[in-house]
Design a protein around this ligand. Structure first.
Ligand code: FAD
Length: 382
């Protein structure tokens, strides 16, 4: 048996790397165990870019958290001197009463966020790359942008190590047991047995494997990201003039995309809803003709200049809850075990603040942040 720790963090992806960093920052003795390598491409956090935005259409309750997330990304950038957060502006497109537009407006009004609403003609002037239907509008927010996910994870890990966190890679946890008293856990990994006061489980799409006895209804789904070479005017998709976008058409899938973020790169585009159910071991990593056909039919008339050859494509996994809100909560029988899961395809931008919350919960069993929306019991009782 090795020495014991204040907290063990299992899974050092987006959420776990941030939890390890915040724990180390507050002086906790932290052990991080990761099954694979740092910032690998087999989970949910790879693919060069992740959208960040403030007027959260999903629920206004996310806004204070995302505002804190921005501050924490800026602090991590300053500490690491790395390029993590890029604010380039963003648009959400849909008919004026669709859930996307009304949700963005509601969050913006609730929290006094600055935005513009453009009709189809105004969009032609501001962003001619998009072709809107006559009944569609665009909600524009200047503070939207993107993060570089692999670099965010690497910097959280590097800064956690610098502050004394003991981080071990290619060392999966195999099982854990929690004392009935509510204090103390024992974790068995592929290489050792460890003890700690608390355990953070942040294993993304692998959560159901580690929480077998807990009836949290999570489903994992396969998603495909495409990088497309524009048919002409490549510079029209540069990050200086092409915003991140979300698009909820009346007909067709909900899609999103990002500009080319490096000189040699291409814009990225993907479909947000749907996706075949899978597990981390059964996911089909091959790109199929029907994946490409779905993307092409979504953009053919909406972003025609982008409909060029595929320069690259990759699969990734969403871990969905039934209501698409996160789970950030203590285990119902073991308050010393904190679960962070079910980020439902929109969690990355929050990972800086989720790590801060996880460190609060692991060390003090409470947090000043409002996380009522993310309770595990609301999901289990549905
Ligand atoms: C294609 C795609 C696009 C997305 N776009 C956006 C976006 O634009 N904006 C946004 O905010 N969010 C986005 N998301 C969602 C976001 O990326 C995820 O919500 C987030 O990355 C999930 O992080 P995680 O820490 O839960 O999982 P992961 O980052 O996958 O981390 C889980 C880690 O646990 C490790 N692990 C598993 N089992 C064990 C074990 N037994 N022992 C130890 N370690 C283990 C894994 O190896 C992995 O490293 C997107 C997701 C995908 C797939």
């Amino acid at each position: 048996m090795e020495r014991s720790f204040d907290v063990i963090v299992a899974g050092l992806g987006a959420m776990g790397s941030s939890a390890a960093y915040h724990l180390a920052k507050r002086g906790a003795k932290v052990l991080g165990l990761e099954a694979r390598t740092a910032a690998h491409d087999q989970g949910s956090s790879h693919g060069e870019s992740r959208i960040i935005r403030q007027a959260y259409f999903e629920d206004p309750a996310y806004v204070p958290l995302v505002l804190r997330a921005y501050q924490l990304w800026e602090q991590l950038e300053a500490e690491s001197a790395a390029d993590l957060l890029n604010i380039i502006g963003g648009v959400a497109i849909g008919s004026s009463h669709c859930g996307l537009i009304s949700g963005c407006v509601k969050s913006a009004k609730t929290y006094g966020l600055v935005y513009d609403l453009f009709d189809a003609n105004e969009m032609k002037r501001h962003f001619p790359q998009f072709v809107l239907a006559e009944n569609e509008v665009a909600f524009h927010e200047q503070n939207a942008g993107y993060l570089r996910p692999e670099e965010c994870i690497r910097q959280h890990l590097r800064c956690a190590s610098k502050r004394g966190a003991d981080l071990r890679f290619e060392e999966p946890i195999l099982s854990w047991t929690a004392a009935e008293s509510g204090e103390g856990v024992t974790v068995v990994s592929a290489k050792g047995v460890y003890q700690a006061n608390s355990l953070v489980l942040s294993v993304g799409p692998w959560t159901s494997e580690i929480l077998q006895s807990l009836p949290v209804p999570l489903t994992v789904s396969r998603r495909v990201m495409f990088w497309l070479r524009p048919v002409a005017q490549h510079s029209a998709f540069d990050k200086k003039i092409f915003p991140i976008f979300l698009w909820e058409p009346d007909q067709g899938p909900f899609l999103y995309g990002l500009p080319r973020i490096d000189e040699a790169g291409d814009p990225k585009i993907a479909i947000h809803h749907g996706g075949e159910e899978c597990t981390p071991s059964t996911i089909d990593r091959n790109i199929r003709p029907e994946d490409e056909a779905a993307i092409r039919s979504a953009i053919e008339f909406r972003i025609p200049l982008l409909n060029g050859e595929v320069s690259h494509a990759a699969t990734c996994m969403y871990t969905m809850t039934p209501d698409e809100h996160f789970i950030i909560d203590a285990h119902p029988r073991h308050p010393q075990v904190i679960v962070a899961a079910g980020f439902s395809g929109h969690g990355f931008k929050f990972s800086s603040v989720v790590g801060e919350i996880l460190s609060d919960l692991a060390m003090t069993r409470k947090t000043a942040k409002n996380i009522a929306l993310f309770s595990g019991s609301r999901v289990r009782h549905q």
